[in-house]
Every structure is written in C-alpha cells, then in structure tokens.
Design a protein around this ligand. Sequence first.
Ligand code: ADP
Length: 157
Amino acid sequence: MKAIYPGSFDPITNGHLDIIQRAAHLCTELIVAVLQNSEKQSYFLIEERLDMIKKATQNLKNVRVRSFEGLSVELCREEKADCLIRGMRDIGDFRFEWEAAQLNKNLGSIETLFLMTNTQYAFLSSSRVREIARLGGNVAHWVPESTHKYLFPSKEG
Ligand code: ADP
C-alpha cells in the first residue's frame, strides 16, 4: 500500500513523527506531503518544514518527503497513492477530519485511514509547541532533534 500523510507540519512534532513511524510500518511507501498554502501564512518556510521532516525521518527507508499545493486528492492521483493517512487526537480533530475525509471520498474516491494518537502526544500540536518555545519553555521532549535548531536558532549558533 502506498499512502500519503498530508499536513502543515509547522513544525513537525513527536506526535506527527509517531504517526509517520507507525504508518510507515503499515505501508510499502509513505509520502509525507507538506502543504504549501499561499492563502495561509505558515510560521516556518516550506524549505524549513521539509528539512526538519527529512532529518527526523532519514532512518525510515520507505518514507519520502515532498511539498504540495492544492487538493490532497490531486496529489493522490499524481502519486498513484492508495489512501491518505491522518492522525486523530480527540473529538475536536474528529469533527474536522470527518468532514475532510467525506470530501476527499466524494472528490476523488480517496479513502482516509486514521491512526489514533499515542496518548503521550494527545495534547501536542504545532501551535502549542511554537507558543511554549516562544515563552522560553522546554519542548525538547515534544519535538524531534531536527526541530530544535529552528525553534531556538540563537542557542545553536
Ligand atoms: P493540518 O494538516 O490540519 O494543518 P497538522 O499539520 O498539525 O495539521 O497535522 C497533520 C495531521 O497530523 C493531522 O491529521 C493531525 O490531526 C495529525 N496530528 C497532529 N498532531 C498530532 C498528535 N499529537 N498526535 C497524533 N496526530 C497528530
């Protein structure tokens, strides 16, 4: 099975990485697709988000990282992928993900497979990580090492 895990990854967290590792185990090939959205301002540049994910997944041989714009269903067609992978943290995610999955099924007959969060990451989001890092908090346990230097550029020199 060839699957695509799309998202903003702004930045990648250990919650995302956990989903990537578990999905990679289930797939022959997993593409992590980073959304480049000209309508929505991201905190990190697309090149930075790609670099963080590539470094964090370099030991996973069946994982490829790329950017994309536009609809996930078009990306699935282009890549000839079998399905989308999404992570699910709580009932808040469910509402949004349910609608997106229905749309993708209708737009392009694309199935979405959900992996439930590992409970230790259930509270974790990119926006919380950015906020805690901005306030000087320690996020070392919540993001891959490749993300540290982007969150704390001055400490790394
Ligand atoms: P979006 O694609 O909505 O911009 P993200 O890039 O933050 O959101 O997340 C991409 C996918 O990863 C989504 O399916 C989201 O629910 C999931 N995800 C985000 N954080 C976690 C986490 N801590 N545990 C499990 N899944 C997560």
